[in-house]
Design a protein. Sequence first.
Length: 57
Amino acid sequence: MTARNLRSAFASYRANIEIARDPDERPMVRDAAWSRAAKARTRLERAFTALEAGAAS
């Protein structure tokens, strides 16, 4: 994953987690934001794992 993709995934995570935690948002919007944030977090975790594996070799 490139640096640009990492920044994009992190920005997506941050934006969606803010929406998901906003008590003024409707429950359906919050649920969708939680789902999108979880997917972005998974992308970040996989990218970090790949970077660590590459650095260890």
